[in-house]
Design a protein around this ligand. Structure first.
Ligand code: GLU
Length: 460
């Protein structure tokens, strides 16, 4: 049975690259009728916090990336990590190192002096026939991994292809700090072993850890899982995606009025493809997913494309589908729901986000906007104001139904031998403060008599 996991560290917000990792883990597990787990890597007590955990859970829940089983908190496995470290000590795969900070600094400087990469020189590493230094009484030792001195670590990465690293490049890494806390590389391996993870799918910022972890698997006597290292997501300027580029956290996208299906669909395409398919559901992605279509090069975040996808999904919705996720400020305005429904239908083709829709609804139903001088000069001369006055009287004699508004408009333009925009544009400017909108007849019918007259009276 295939088992994957998403293993975020709750030390900040859940960024878009992180959730893409979760998505690919989820899709690969589902594709293979496997299981997908969530493990919160909260061992860094100083940096981990509950707010970050909540954001992770909220983001995954929003995107429907439901995990199997219970959430695993890495901090709860500390005793187990230490137990494994003791086993490694016993089987000769680890050893105590009593180097002081000063000694390590000297060691580093000595290497740097010779123009070499700093490295632990192995002074506490036990070897047959070697006499170790005397243990200092005032130092709590760290426990180091006894990395194999020669040979290569090789693996076939499901994304990056075949990778080989020489053991000579690897240090005897610390498994347990002098305060007794296990380190990241050890904890990850032990948890992945205990959870029975078969495929480790994560960001390629971890690729340097993988050979070290493979050696730990072997020293523990366990099979090494398969690895898939996903390439980075870059911003539109080619730099690593970060807050500088605008919204970087998943929950920001929720607040900005993106739909979960758009984010999943967009992130799926960011680094993976299925023929020419651009629009697909999470279920379809799960049916189609395979690593041979995951790119090994970095992908570039493209807000225009995300907006295009979000617009696609917004168009498929009814007002009832989206009303629960509208901004609270907007709901507080207490707009008439039946009008909001009509506005949504009228405007959804033009909305890249739900915030766009809210903006349009505000323009139509909210406090009327200041009108730019430019628009006034362009559209509101004495003649047009006269026309609007007469038209206004005709509308007021009707029942303000869409049928009545449209036929009044049509006849008015025809009788006065005007072109439709000569009336429609000034109406838009006076009623909405803009010269762009869908059918002005529909807007007038939505606004209704009272608001129509209020806005007209400002001018006439
Ligand atoms: N906790 C690590 C991170 O958030 C991921 C570890 C892993 O996936 O192996 O970057």
């Amino acid at each position: 049975m295939i088992k994957t996991r998403f293993a975020p560290s709750p030390t900040g917000y859940l960024h878009i690259g992180g959730i893409r990792t979760a998505l690919f883990n989820y899709a690969f597990a589902k594709k293979n009728q496997g299981e997908f787990y969530l493990r919160i890597e909260d061992t860094d007590e100083a940096r981990s916090n509950q707010e970050a955990v909540d954001k992770i859970l909220q983001g995954m829940d929003w995107l429907n990336l439901n995990h199997d089983g219970e959430i695993i908190y890495q901090s709860e496995n500390k005793d187990r990590h230490k137990e494994v470290i003791q086993d490694l000590l016993k089987n000769g795969s680890a050893y105590e190192c009593y180097c002081s900070k000063e000694e390590l600094d000297e060691m580093r400087l000595a290497y740097e002096h010779k123009g070499l990469k700093p490295k632990y020189d192995g002074r506490w590493r036990p070897e047959t026939g070697k006499t170790l230094p005397t243990k200092p009484a005032d130092i709590q030792p760290v426990i180091r991994f006894k990395n194999p001195p020669t040979g290569f670590i090789k693996w076939d990465d499901l994304v990056k292809g075949s990778i080989s690293v020489s053991n000579e490049e690897l240090d005897d890494l610390i498994l347990q700090r002098s305060d007794g806390t296990p380190t990241y590389n050890l904890s990850v391996v032990v948890d992945d072993i205990d959870m029975g993870i078969t495929h480790v799918i994560r960001g390629d910022d971890h690729i340097n850890n993988t050979p070290r972890q493979i050696n730990i698997y072997k020293a523990c006597g366990f099979d090494v899982p398969q690895f898939a290292h996903l390439s980075m997501i870059l911003g539109e300027d080619g730099q690593k995606l970060s807050k500088r580029h605008g919204a970087a956290s998943v929950t920001d996208y929720m607040d900005l009025g993106y739909l979960p299906e758009s984010i999943n669909n967009y992130l799926a395409r960011l680094g993976w493809s299925h023929g020419d398919a651009e629009i697909f559901s999470l279920e379809q992605m799960c049916q189609w997913f395979s690593f041979d279509k995951v790119t090994s090069s970095a992908s570039q975040f493209d807000l225009k494309k995300l907006n295009w996808i979000n617009n696609h999904y917004i168009k498929t919705k009814n007002y009832d589908d989206i009303k629960t996720v509208l901004a609270s400020k907007f709901i507080a305005n207490d707009f008439d729901e039946s009008k909001l429904q009509l506005i949504f239908e009228l405007y959804k083709d033009r909305c890249h986000t739900l915030r766009d829709f809210e903006q349009h609804a505000e323009t139509i139903l909210g406090e009327s906007r200041q009108i730019d001088e430019d628009l006034k000069i362009k559209y509101l001369n004495q003649d047009t104001l006269q026309h609007l006055k007469s038209l206004s009287i005709e509308f007021n004699n009707s029942d303000f139904s869409i049928g009545a508004i449209e036929s009044t408009l049509k006849n008015f333009v025809k009788n006065r031998e005007l072109k439709f925009p000569q009336i429609a544009m000034p109406l838009r400017v006076v009623l909405l403060g803009t010269d762009q909108s869908p059918s002005i007849g529909h807007i007038i019918a939505i606004i209704g008599k009272a608001l129509f007259n209020k806005r007209m009276d400002r001018f006439l």
